[in-house]
Design a protein around this ligand. Structure first.
Ligand code: DGT
Ligand code: CA
Ligand code: CA
Ligand code: ZN
Length: 582
């Protein structure tokens, strides 16, 4: 795992501390550098090891910032940052996660009330102390109370995109450990939840000590948090990994139990009880008519434990994929023999939302096309940002740029082994208007994505805004519909059923944006939208060919939404996609 995220966090903290004491310009430069580094494909520690020049070669990283990065990689701290922290000794990252609380607010609350942590902030709001600080009122106070829980959760949960690679590495490591007969991830990571509390790993082995010793010696482990005969908890980077060892005979029932979700397991257990059975991490037991004469308790014959499929079958329930186990109707569907045939990675034939260096992408038109071909796609849509308000500075394409780019793409497409669609990602403004290009420009393109990028802060329902965008005659795809950035910006409020119905009526596909910071739409919203008749499209929003690898997060999110291949636009061939487009 690279240090890019960690370095970005330090730079952001530095920016916040500078902003807190009213320093101009610098905070913005630090934040932009932090964003670039967070997304940078090369490990920052490797560049720092090469020297300052390699670091400042990254766009937006000047000498001053570069030196701090090298200092951090070499020494683990930044002297100037430590000085700033002394001036304002608060948990800046946590406090500014509260919607509406910025660095300057943090500084004022520290000066007036000595608030340094989320807990102290919550206590002060509950005790009605904040309203007494000059410049604050009851509204701010209740706003803080409303948003503190989101802030707390977001500091505890990791992005799937950061956790999954760790889980993959653990599995790969276990493959060569002596005594490991079976191995699998469990918990939220196996269900591909968008955020992960900890990474659960299950091993089937008759030699638990050997396995525990091997894990403790693994060079990726930074700390052993606790270790016992059957469970080891370790810290790998910032991730907690819980590894349990069970006998190979118990592996299936343990896997079922530790995969969860908790709600799914509770429902399953109740179903078992109704059938005179008992289910736990050791198996399924028949307890209908067996009494232990000594204790008077019922004990039962073990019906299943070795494989997960055995466990479900012993309960009379067809097994369903882990992504569905959220107690959203999957047990009822299984009992009715109505489990959907979920989409798989290999069903997808192309990517319909990507960027190039014409806007804020990092690769050329040709590099993106080549990368898509290498990723095995049959087609690709290049959909750079259109001009308009949002977060892209002046990088968006205007009408003339679009016309020029269409020619460039057509020319590149002639050389390409895959089909290339011309597209644009236009901004959905606060009223749902899709700006700022001429209708003729939109009509000249193969595919138009409309995505909300601005006006995302509000709490009120945004269904009408999104439906208005869907109803725009040129729009083919609604991109990352909620605008959420996981742990950073909450999703806007909308009714997924209404959205799904509008999308179905207007032949617009709703996106699952596979970028792990977004995963937008998410499982439950996808499920509702599909039920309402909507077509889904799974896109990477790649800004670089390496980001085509995000696709798997989109596929598993679609599976969490019970999507089958038929529900997803980009399982069709290029001609099929074309016939869907306006
Ligand atoms: P996370 O780690 O917060 O992202 O979510 P999970 O689902 O991985 O939860 P975790 O790590 O606390 O526990 C792993 C699994 O163990 C969970 O999905 C289901 C099972 N489990 C844990 N506690 C309970 C419980 O109290 N009752 C039942 N039925 N199952 C539990
Ligand atoms: Ca877990
Ligand atoms: Ca756990
Ligand atoms: Zn995009």
């Amino acid at each position: 795992m690279s240090m890019n995220g960690e370095v970005a966090a330090r730079l952001n903290e530095f920016a916040d501390l500078l902003e807190a004491r009213d320093v101009d310009f610098k905070p913005r430069a630090y934040r932009e550098a932090a964003d670039t580094i967070a997304d940078h494909p090369e490990p920052i520690e490797e560049l720092a090891a090469e020297g300052l020049d390699a670091v400042t070669a990254i766009e937006g990283v000047g000498e001053g910032i570069g030196e701090k990065i090298v200092e951090y990689v070499e020494t683990g701290s930044i002297e100037e940052l430590e000085d700033e922290r002394e001036r304002l000794p608060v948990d800046m990252a946590a406090l500014t996660r509260v919607e509406g609380v910025g660095p300057k607010t943090v500084a004022k609350l520290y000066d007036a009330l000595e608030i340094t942590t989320l807990d102290e902030l919550e206590a002060a709001a509950q005790d009605e102390e904040i309203r007494s600080v000059s410049g604050f009122g009851e509204k701010t106070e209740s706003n803080i109370l409303d948003h503190i829980e989101f802030a707390r959760e977001s500091q505890e949960r990791k992005l799937l995109g950061d956790a999954r690679p760790v889980a993959d590495d653990v599995l790969e490591f276990l493959a060569i450990v002596d005594g490991v007969e079976r191995r699998e991830v469990a918990g939220s990571i196996r269900r591909w939840r968008a955020t992960i509390g900890d990474v659960d790993v299950l091993v089937g082995s008759d030699e638990p000590e050997t396995v525990a010793d091997a894990v403790a010696d693994w060079d990726r482990v930074d700390e052993i948090i606790e270790t016992g005969p059957t469970k080891t908890s370790a810290r790998v980077g910032s991730m907690r990994v819980d590894l349990r060892v069970v006998t190979p005979e118990d592996f299936g029932s343990a896997l079922q139990y530790f995969t969860g979700s908790k709600d799914h397991n509770i429902h399953l257990r109740n179903h078992a009880i109704d059938s005179g059975l008992k289910v736990n991490e050791y198996g399924v037991f028949d307890v209908s008519d067996v009494d232990d004469p000594e204790s008077g308790q019922r004990v039962g014959e073990r019906l299943a434990s070795e494989t997960e499929a055995d466990v479900y079958e012993a309960l009379g329930i067809p097994p369903m994929p882990p992504e569905m186990r959220e107690d959203r109707g999957e047990i009822e569907a299984a009992l009715a023999d109505e489990l959907p045939d979920l989409i798989r990675r290999e069903d997808l034939r192309g990517d319909l939302h990507t960027h190039t260096d014409w806007s804020d992408g990092r690769a050329t038109v040709e590099e993106m096309i080549e990368g898509a071909a290498d990723a095995g796609f049959d087609y690709l849509c290049l959909s750079d940002h259109a001009v308009g308000p949002g977060v892209f500075g002046d990088s968006g394409l205007d009408d003339e740029d679009v016309r020029e780019q269409i020619d460039v793409i057509r020319e590149a497409a002639e050389e390409a082994s895959i089909e290339v669609f011309t597209g644009i990602e236009a901004n959905v403004d606060a009223d749902g208007a899709v700006g700022d290009l001429e209708d003729a420009t939109l009509d000249a393109l193969d595919l138009v994505i409309a995505s909300p990028h601005s006006g995302l802060g509000g709490d009120d329902d945004q269904t009408d805004r999104l439906v208005a965008a869907i109803e725009h005659p040129a729009v083919d795809v609604l991109g990352h519909p909620s605008g959420r950035l996981i742990n950073e910006r909450p999703a806007m409020e909308f009714d997924p059923e209404e959205l799904g119905a509008a999308a179905a009526t207007n032949d617009v596909a709703l996106e699952i944006n596979a970028n792990p910071r977004r995963l937008d739409l998410w499982g439950s919203a996808v499920q509702t939208a599909i039920d309402a008749g909507a077509t889904i499209v799974i896109d990477t929003d790649a800004h670089d060919p390496r980001e085509f690898a995000f696709l798997r997060y989109g596929v598993h999110t679609a599976r969490r939404g019970w999507a089958s291949a038929d529900d997803v636009l980009n399982t069709r061939d290029a001609a099929g996609v074309r016939s869907f487009l306006h």
